[in-house]
Write a protein that binds this ligand. Structure first.
Ligand code: NAD
Length: 483
């Protein structure tokens, strides 16, 4: 939506250390999903703005990559200090823009963001190659060089945190970058880039071009001046990015969707398992790539699992994200609410029973009831397709073999959980689950020190830890003649 509301804060692009109006002169209206009220006007970038940003990022590359590594680390630590100093401002912005409960952003997102920056600050002066012996008349060694100019395309479900999973390692490796936040949640990326400048990240190193995926995202992916695209979002867009990136063989990392199975065996601690399963699907209104959206319950405890989940779903306090009592906010947009409610109808038509929830709450704000479906069969669409909302599908299974078959039976493979008191079984099942992360007798933790990602429709490559250092560097082999 293009708008001219002079009373709203107006956000320009951030390129080469400066706020620049978009070439198109157009701004979209950013909406608070809890109230549906406009909160800001945001620049609609164009392909020409992407050109400007790529030029700035290329020009800044040599000096940023050539800086003393320890100095880059110091700048990143200062950046982390500033993120901490501005925590409340960032928490408020993120909550307003994405509809997340303030308390959740304070407890989870912001600390993870700061932790990510500090972790990669520590990497700056530890990115090295090796001397690899080959022949007696040569000294042969490797160095790791920055991959170059990076395009980071970010989704709306964790704009700050997922953004920083890309920004921090790219900066640590000496890359320059252009961040494209999701069109509906652009505010924190812009503020974070300003804080990076204040911390001493030179102009041109960290640019933000806001706007539509089909315009700005597309232009970044097609641009010959971009060396790597790191993307988190939907499988459909990911596929297009991989195809587009082939134009100049850009490096690509894709973190896509999930339909994660949380497998509860009859000998598990059912109270703990259902508590974690409820937060595994209802946290962030279910808009989590690793949401445990399929809860697999062994037949003997199936009814108990459904009942306990239902009780927990009904106890969730859905409402104003600013209220300390709120445990679930709205979903992010009218479009997302429609998707979720459409899936509820699909589930009912397929013959699953909505034990609780399934409807919009109120008429203002995109609030959806926490929903539990029972009698879900593995082949149903609500069991196969990512809903990305607060909808749990509870599926029965008989034994270990059937649990693994169902858990592995979707196109996704991001994460899975397994609950049992049998230590041999949990290890065995963890080994058999096709997933980038498996949680045993817990669910949902992430840490930037551990690899994160999946295969199939869940993506390509891994983020976090040393995997991210590899993603943002290229090894170079060097031969020195000793003759
Ligand atoms: P999306 O794919 O619609 O958008 C993601 C980003 O891509 C946005 O910035 C968008 O503007 C941009 N984009 C859209 N079209 C584009 C194009 N043609 N070219 C380039 N960029 C384009 O996804 P979303 O709706 O923002 O996020 C939800 C999806 O993200 C879900 O499928 C979810 O599972 C996935 N996700 C995955 C992870 C993970 O770590 N694996 C984390 C969060 C979300």
């Amino acid at each position: 939506m293009t708008a001219t509301r002079p009373d709203l804060p107006k956000h320009d692009l951030l390129i080469d250390g400066k706020r620049l109006p978009p070439g198109s002169g157009e701004y979209s209206t950013d909406i608070n999903p809890a109230t549906e009220e406009p909160i800001a006007l945001v620049a609609q970038g164009s392909a020409a703005d992407v050109d400007t940003a790529v030029l700035a990022a290329r020009a800044a590359l040599k000096s940023w990559a050539g800086m003393r590594a320890a100095d880059r680390g110091r700048i990143l630590n200062r950046f982390a200090d500033l993120l901490e100093a501005h925590a409340e401002e960032l928490i408020t912005l993120e909550s307003l823009d994405a509809g997340k409960p303030l308390a959740a952003v304070r407890r989870q997102d912001l600390p993870a963001v700061v932790d990510t920056v500090r972790y990669y600050a520590g990497w700056c002066d530890k990115i090295h190659g090796a001397v690899i012996p080959t022949r007696p008349d040569a000294l042969t060694y490797t160095v790791r060089e920055p991959v170059g100019v990076v395009a980071a395309i970010i989704p709306w479900n964790f704009p700050l945190m997922i953004g920083m999973w890309k920004i921090a390692p790219a900066l640590a490796c000496g890359c320059t970058l252009i961040v494209k936040p999701a069109e509906i949640t652009p505010l924190t990326a812009l503020r974070v880039a300003e804080l990076a400048l204040e911390a001493g990240v030179p102009p041109g190193v960290f640019n933000v071009v806001t706007g539509k995926g089909s315009v700005v995202g597309n232009a970044l992916v097609a641009h010959p001046g971009i060396d790597k695209v790191t993307f988190t979002g939907s499988p459909g867009v990911g596929r297009g990015i991989m195809q587009g990136a082939a134009s100049n063989f850009k490096r690509v990392t894709l973190e896509l969707g999930g339909k994660s199975a949380n497998v509860i065996f009859a000998d598990a601690d059912i109270d703990a398992a259902t508590r974690a399963a409820a937060s595994g699907i209802f946290f962030n209104s279910g808009q989590v790539c690793s949401a445990g959206s399929r809860i697999l319950a062994q037949r003997k405890v199936y009814d108990e699992v459904v009942e306990r989940l239902t009780t927990r779903a009904r106890a969730i306090r859905v409402g104003d994200p600013a209220s300390p009592d709120t445990t679930m906010g709205p979903v992010v947009s009218a479009a997302q609410m429609k998707t979720v409610l459409d899936y509820v109808e699909i589930g009912k038509r397929e013959g699953a029973s909505a034990v609780t929830g399934g409807a919009r709450i109120g008429q203002r704000g995109f609030f959806v009831e926490p929903t539990v479906f029972a009698n879900v069969e593995h082949e149903m669409r609500i069991s196969q397709e990512e809903i990305f909302g607060p909808v749990a599908s509870v599926i029965p299974f008989e034994d270990e073999a059937e649990a693994v078959r169902i858990a592995n039976g979707t196109a996704f493979s991001l994460a899975a959980g397994v609950w049992s008191a049998d230590i041999a079984r949990v290890h065995k099942v963890a080994g058999e689950l096709r997933a980038g992360t498996v949680w045993i007798n817990t669910y949902g933790y992430t840490d930037v020190r551990l690899p994160w990602g999946g295969a199939g429709d869940s993506g390509l490559g891994r983020e976090h830890g040393d995997a991210a250092i590899e993603n943002f560097t290229e090894p170079k082999a060097i031969w020195l003649s000793l003759r």
